[in-house]
Structure formats: structure tokens, C-alpha cells
Design a binder for this molecule. Structure first.
Ligand SMILES: *[C@@H]1O[C@H](CO)[C@@H](O)[C@H](O)[C@H]1NC(C)=O
Ligand SMILES: *[C@@H]1O[C@H](CO)[C@@H](O)[C@H](O)[C@H]1NC(C)=O
Ligand SMILES: *[C@@H]1O[C@H](CO)[C@@H](O)[C@H](O)[C@H]1NC(C)=O
Length: 595
């Protein structure tokens, strides 16, 4: 009986078990096929080689921080040595602060020496320095390989990666070796289109069109350097080396040349250069003011320092001026921010002055201000009368002249808000002003930035003052120094009652306007005008470039709100808009000077 009951129980148990297994099977059968999770991003080592770059590093590291790429897929390999500045401390502070974000960080330093034994100066490249740089790059490469990284991104500490997408874009190119084209103030960049039979860099006809963004896309070139990405998953990458040099390599000891040679030997006989990514290469050097505005910088680019570094703000002053005025339209916040940030870095104390918004002025108000157009004035290129933007611009400058006289300010600097400063702007302008003072030169106005219109005849240098000329007919009012006497002279001409664009009025006042007819309305045309040469200010955007937008060219006719004049003067040569690039903006220079 008990046996029977026991076996009955067993049977029941087995039955239950079977049902249960069946149920589980059914469950498994019914389990839907789920989508896989996304792949993690490839592993990237960023190799940072820094030397004497205390000033550029906070910006450089700020750019690295802002790269749109998961930081836990990035490992930082940094090396620094032979410094005469605080580079090591800055790197160390950053790595300490940011370490927790990254997969790993590594810092290699040698502190004993601050220069190479055979080095003649900071710009001299003796063999030992080349060898050292090559060994460092090799060490970074070896470290990335040892970590089984997928990619290594080399980035020099004065190559500011302002494009946050650059790493993604470079990876998307799917090449063994690819570099983003670096923008700079000169023709210099991080690639060469040719190589001599001795393995040296050579400029070929392809270079300039690529460098000037006439030919965009990804181009094969024989040499790239400074900032570049290597795909370590590619078999050919195994043969890439900086040091020791390839055993067939017989040319000069040079990291760029030796690396290019190894790339060729690796059967990778073309290296790819992308030229559509906007980067900015600065020539930030020891004890030099950083160059903040470079043409064609990434559109929404803001130069900000790293959030992990505390940068003591620079002491600010107004230079040799009683006041530095910055004219800015309230609604152009973008320009204001950019200018204030630049002036902060330059250490210039500025007074923000609200520009008069020409668009907001109606005819009644204009009449109340006593504004009358100069009889017969026509814009020489667009064949139209004054725009409201031009009136607003004139009034903005006029207000400052009045202020200068009211406050009896001996000398001031007036800046518009769309300018780019030349390197060492402050010290160069200070030197000129000091020379002017020493020479006892009487002056009313000194252009710091302008557009020369008369270029057939050379302008005369001012005797006894370096870098100062007597200007001929010029446009623009980007920036100028004005003396008390200058302000008085301009106001005494009563320009509101015979208004011209302000940059036509100034040349009339120093008697250099080509139209006698316009000048005849101003009796005293003895404004003592000068101009710095080379110029120290340039427009931050030229016509047609991304970000170019003129407030004076795009507005309504002054006394008729119903006629909108969206002047497209982009294709008109020599107009007041910024169509012509300054011939000095791009010039050749020795590549090593830039490093
Ligand atoms: C060097 O940099 C570190 C870290 O940013 C800073 O704490 C230190 O004050 C700096 N020293 C000098 C002399 O600038
Ligand atoms: C990248 O290139 C390899 C071959 O070189 C190819 O197999 C692969 O499909 C490419 N990937 C993409 C995303 O184009
Ligand atoms: C012009 O603007 C002023 C101030 O905003 C306003 O009071 C006036 O009514 C306007 N006149 C016309 C004709 O729109």
C-alpha cells in the first residue's frame, strides 16, 4: 500500500516535472529575438606631445575635453620635457583633474634639462631634438599598440582641435592614415603635396588650392604630420614607425620625413588628407599672446580653456589710452561674446558701448536728429543711397566722438565688434604709440585696421616712427586710435547734416576722398590721419564666408521703411563689404618657424 502510494507520488512528481519542462520549452520557444545592443566606440589613444606650451595647453586641453567622443573609450598618453615654462605642471594638473573621465592616462616627463645640448634657441632643431621627438612619437605608438588600441590620434599641443566632431569624422574616413587639414594664419599646414628626391617637403601646384579650400574632400598626399589618426587595426599600420628610421632611409633625420618614408615602405603609398574639417593651428608660442581669431574657424567654435585648469585671469589695462571703446549692437550677442573673450585673453580693458540700431530708427527720429544725407551721395558699387545700417553705424561712432570731447579724453581706441587681432596685437600697438609719443608727432586719428582702396601708389612712411604710414583713400572703421583734437575736428565738420557712410567721411576729412564733390561739403579737411602698417586688425569674416553677415549692408533705405535692400554685394569687386582678402593675411613662411 505504502509502495503503491510512493510510486504514485513519484509518477505524479515526474508528470509535474515534465509539464514544467514543457512549459519552460514553450517559454523559450516564445522568447522574441531581441536586437543587439549598440557597439562601443573604437578605443582611441590620444598622444599629446607638449613642450613649452603653457599658454596654448589650456586651450588645447579644452578642445580635447570637448571632443564629441565617449571619454571612457579614450586613453591619454602625454609626454613633456625640456621645458622652460610651466608646461609640466599644467599637464599634470589637467591629467589629475580629468583622469577619472578617461579610460586611462599616462604622463611621461623628464625634468632635468630645459634645452637640448646642441640647441641654439627655442626655434632651432638640432639632430638630438629630432631624434628625441621621433623617439617620443614612437613611444606613444608602442604604448597604443601594447594597449591594443584601435586608433591613435597624434595631436601637437598647439594644434587646437576646435571641431568637436573631428575624431568621428576622421574615423569615418576609414583610412590607415588620415589627417585633418590644419588652418593657420599662413599657407602653412600639416601636409605636403610633394616630396623631393631627397625626401624633403616640396610644394606642388596642388598644395595651394587644397590649402585655400578651393579643392575640398579627401586627397592623397605623400606627407602629413603634427595631428593625424592611425588605424592600428589595419595590417599595414604595423610597419609605420618614427624610430628607429627604416633601414633603407638615408635622408635627413627628421620626424616628418622619416615617418612619410615608413608609410611609403608600408605599401601605404598614399596617405590621405581630408581637407573639409576645420581646424585651427595657432602659433601660440612661449610668452606670446595667443592668436584667437583665425579665418574659417569652425562655425560655432568658441575658444575656451579646460574646465580642469584654473587659469588666473590676466591683468587688464587700457594700454596707452584713456579708454578702449567697443561698439556692439545689443542684438549681436555672438559678436560681443567673442570680442570680450578675445580682449580678456589679450588683457585689454574695454568699455562696451551700445551701437545705434539703424533698423530701429524711423524717419521721424532721423529728422529729429537732424540727419540729412550728403546731397548727391550714391554708393559707388550698389548705386543706392545710405542704408539705415550705415546711419546707425555713423551714429555709433559719432556718439563716441562726443563722449571723448565731453570727458576731455586725450586718446582713445575705438573697436568694432567683428575684428580679428594680429599676433602680439597689444605689444605691437603699444610700441607704435610709444614711438609716436617719442617722436612728438601730432596726430588726430590712427587706423589700426582698414581696407586700402588706392593701391597703385605706395603710401609714405612716417619718418621717425616705425610701422606708421600716411594713409590714402581707405574704407572700414574696424579699429582706430583717436585723439581729443581728432574727435573735435570730426564733430566740428557737422557730419550729421550731410551724412556719408562713416568710412567715406573719414577719408574726406583727411582730404583723400577721390570725389571732390563730396569733399567740398567739408571745409576743414585737415584731419591728421595715419595708419599702422602692417595692419593689426582684420575683419573676422570676409564676404561669403560662413558667419559673414553685415549689419550695415543688409538693411532698409534710410527714409523709406517700405523698401528693403538686401544688398547682395558679394560679387562686386572692391566694395565696402569684406570681399577682398588682405594680401598680408596669407603668406608663406618657413614650416619649422611655425612649430
Ligand atoms: C603652474 O601650473 C600649476 C597648475 O596649473 C599652477 O598651480 C602653478 O601656480 C603654476 N605655476 C606658475 C609659476 O605659473
Ligand atoms: C572600411 O574599409 C574596409 C576595407 O578596407 C571595408 O571592408 C569596410 O567595409 C570599410 N568600412 C566602411 C564603414 O566603409
Ligand atoms: C518713430 O519712433 C518713435 C519712438 O519709437 C515713435 O514714438 C514714433 O511714433 C515713430 N514714428 C513713426 C512715424 O513711426
Amino acid at each position: 500500500m505504502t509502495d503503491l502510494r510512493a510510486s504514485g507520488k513519484l509518477l505524479l512528481g515526474l508528470l509535474l516535472l515534465e509539464t514544467w519542462i514543457g512549459f519552460i520549452h514553450a517559454l523559450i520557444d516564445r522568447e522574441p529575438v531581441l536586437h543587439e545592443t549598440s557597439l562601443l566606440k573604437p578605443k582611441v589613444v590620444i598622444a599629446v606631445l607638449a613642450r613649452n606650451s603653457e599658454h596654448s595647453l589650456p586651450y588645447f586641453l579644452g578642445c580635447i575635453e570637448r571632443l564629441d567622443y565617449p571619454k571612457d573609450r579614450i586613453s591619454i598618453w602625454a609626454a613633456t620635457d625640456h621645458n622652460i615654462d610651466n608646461t609640466t605642471a599644467v599637464l599634470h594638473a589637467w591629467l589629475t583633474g580629468a583622469e577619472h573621465l578617461y579610460h586611462s592616462v599616462h604622463l611621461q616627463t623628464v625634468e632635468e634639462e630645459d634645452s637640448y645640448v646642441d640647441e641654439l634657441g627655442p626655434k632651432h632643431w638640432p639632430e638630438s631634438r629630432f631624434t628625441h621627438v621621433m623617439k617620443l612619437r614612437q613611444a606613444a605608438l608602442a604604448a597604443a599598440r601594447a594597449q591594443w588600441a584601435d586608433y591613435i590620434l597624434f595631436a601637437d599641443s598647439d594644434n587646437l582641435l576646435t571641431n568637436t566632431q573631428v575624431l568621428n569624422q576622421l574615423i569615418a574616413e576609414n583610412r590607415t592614415l588620415v589627417a585633418p587639414m590644419l588652418e593657420s594664419r599662413t599657407l602653412y599646414s600639416n601636409f605636403w603635396c610633394g616630396m623631393t628626391s631627397q625626401g624633403y617637403y616640396k610644394r606642388t601646384p596642388h598644395y595651394v588650392p587644397i590649402r585655400n579650400w578651393k579643392r575640398t574632400g579627401c586627397h592623397p598626399v605623400p606627407m602629413i604630420h603634427s595631428t593625424m589618426l592611425i588605424d592600428l587595426r589595419r595590417s599595414a599600420s604595423a610597419a609605420l614607425a618614427f624610430y628607429p628610421v627604416h633601414h633603407y632611409y638615408l635622408w635627413a633625420l627628421d620626424d616628418i620625413m622619416a615617418f612619410a618614408f615608413s608609410a611609403r615602405q608600408a605599401g601605404n603609398n598614399y596617405i590621405i588628407l581630408i581637407s573639409y574639417i576645420t581646424f585651427l593651428l595657432t602659433t601660440v608660442q612661449y610668452k606670446e599672446e595667443p592668436v584667437l581669431h583665425v579665418k574659417r574657424v569652425h562655425f560655432d567654435f568658441k575658444l575656451e580653456t579646460s574646465s580642469y585648469l584654473h587659469i588666473a585671469s590676466k591683468p587688464k589695462d587700457t594700454m596707452a589710452f584713456n579708454q578702449v571703446y567697443l561698439i556692439n549692437l545689443k542684438r549681436r550677442e555672438d559678436r560681443r561674446d567673442r570680442m570680450l573673450r578675445s580682449l580678456e585673453v589679450l588683457g585689454i580693458d574695454v568699455t562696451l558701448t551700445d551701437a545705434v540700431d539703424g533698423k530701429a530708427l524711423n524717419s521721424t527720429q532721423l529728422r529729429a536728429l537732424g540727419i540729412e544725407m550728403l546731397p548727391g551721395y550714391k554708393d559707388p558699387y550698389a548705386d543706392r543711397v545710405l542704408t539705415k545700417g550705415e546711419i546707425g553705424c555713423f551714429l555709433s561712432h559719432h556718439n563716441i566722438w562726443k563722449k571723448v570731447v565731453e570727458l576731455q579724453q586725450q586718446q582713445v581706441l575705438v573697436l568694432e565688434d567683428d575684428v580679428r587681432f594680429e599676433p602680439s596685437f597689444k605689444s605691437r600697438l603699444n610700441t607704435i604709440l610709444e614711438d609716436v609719443k617719442q617722436s612728438g608727432l601730432q596726430w588726430d586719428l590712427i587706423y589700426v585696421g582698414r581696407k586700402r582702396l588706392q593701391i597703385k601708389h605706395p603710401e609714405h612712411w612716417v619718418e621717425g616712427v616705425k610701422n606708421l604710414v600716411i594713409p590714402d583713400y581707405s574704407y572700414w572703421t574696424l579699429g582706430y586710435a583717436l585723439s581729443l583734437q581728432g574727435a573735435k575736428t570730426l564733430l566740428e565738420a557737422q557730419p550729421l547734416s550731410k551724412m556719408l557712410p562713416v568710412d567715406e567721411f573719414l577719408p574726406a576729412m583727411f582730404n583723400k576722398h577721390p570725389k571732390e564733390e563730396y569733399m567740398s561739403h567739408f571745409k576743414q579737411r585737415n584731419l591728421k590721419a595715419f595708419s599702422v602698417q602692417p595692419l593689426l586688425l582684420f575683419p573676422s569674416h570676409y564676404t561669403g564666408e560662413p558667419g559673414y553677415f553685415s549689419d550695415t549692408e543688409t538693411s532698409t533705405i534710410w527714409d523709406d521703411e517700405t523698401v528693403a535692400t538686401d544688398w547682395d554685394r558679394h560679387h562686386i569687386r572692391g566694395d565696402r563689404s569684406r570681399g577682398d582678402k588682405s594680401p598680408t593675411a596669407i603668406s608663406e613662411s618657413s614650416p619649422r618657424d611655425e612649430l
